[in-house]
Design a protein around this ligand. Structure first.
Ligand code: FE2
Length: 244
């Protein structure tokens, strides 16, 4: 079975549509969303409604989703992020808000685990290094564990000998599971931060245990035009053009 793994859409409908077209072209019909559908971008309602319309999509709550629905304190956000959260609050439909409110912080199935930030602190921790990864192992059981939050594609691996290994997926786009425990980050659909402004998403092939990152181009100017039309903070548009 092929799963489309995506995260951090951040209300960027142009980017999200491009990623969904990529999945459709590659016959991916099952999806896992690692959170942060809203925040930063200009079309929160449309993005949440697109996820609601997917036939098979397992989703978790991100920190921006939690802020919009009042499940996390606003002190965690800077002024630009707060402005976009307020914007989302005003624009989401009742059904979209109810959908976000019902999302779990952690999803554990017989086949995989899903969190936004980390299994230890799903809404706040940025999992960036091996020490954090090893520390997180006692907070989840079923591998692979998919996560997002950093907006950078990466993998963390604990092999049979118990040795941790990690890499941020620049040139290396493919991870094959060999029985160790894996945490896999597909990067961000709507606000990549690894210097590549194209959307980032992943496909996980359950049969061959292969996790692969793909970069999908989209009309960034269309998104930034909408952001300036809605008078959102200028820096939020500029960072999309830079991929940072
Ligand atoms: Fe995010």
């Amino acid at each position: 079975m092929l799963y489309g793994i995506f995260s951090d859409v951040h209300a960027n409908l142009e980017a999200f549509r491009a990623v969904l077209r990529f999945y459709e072209k590659n016959k991916v019909e099952h999806f896992i969303c690692c959170g942060d559908l809203v925040g930063y971008g200009p079309q929160p309602r449309e993005c949440v409604e697109l996820v609601m319309a997917l036939k098979d999509c397992r989703s978790v709550l991100g920190n921006h989703d939690a802020a919009v629905t009042g499940r996390i304190e606003m002190k965690w956000f800077n002024a630009n992020a707060l402005a976009a959260i307020e914007f989302a609050r005003k624009n989401l439909s009742g059904a979209a808000l109810a959908f976000l409110s019902a999302l779990p912080e952690k999803l554990e199935t017989p086949d995989f685990t899903v969190v936004h930030g980390s299994p230890k602190k799903p809404l706040t921790e940025y999992l960036l290094g091996e020490i954090q990864f090893v520390d997180s192992l006692k907070f989840w059981t079923v591998s692979p564990c998919f996560m997002g939050h950093t907006h950078m594609p990466a993998y963390f691996k604990h092999d049979a000998a118990g040795l941790p290994e990690t890499d941020f997926l620049g040139p290396m786009l493919r991870v094959v599971s060999d029985g160790g425990r894996l945490m896999l980050n597909p990067g961000s659909v709507g606000q990549p931060r690894d210097g590549d402004p194209r959307s980032s998403c992943a496909v996980y092939d359950t049969e061959n245990k292969v996790f692969e990152i793909f970069r999908v181009p989209y009309d960034i100017e269309k998104t930034t035009r909408l952001m300036s039309e809605f008078k959102m903070p200028v820096i939020l548009g500029e960072r999309l053009l830079l991929g940072f």
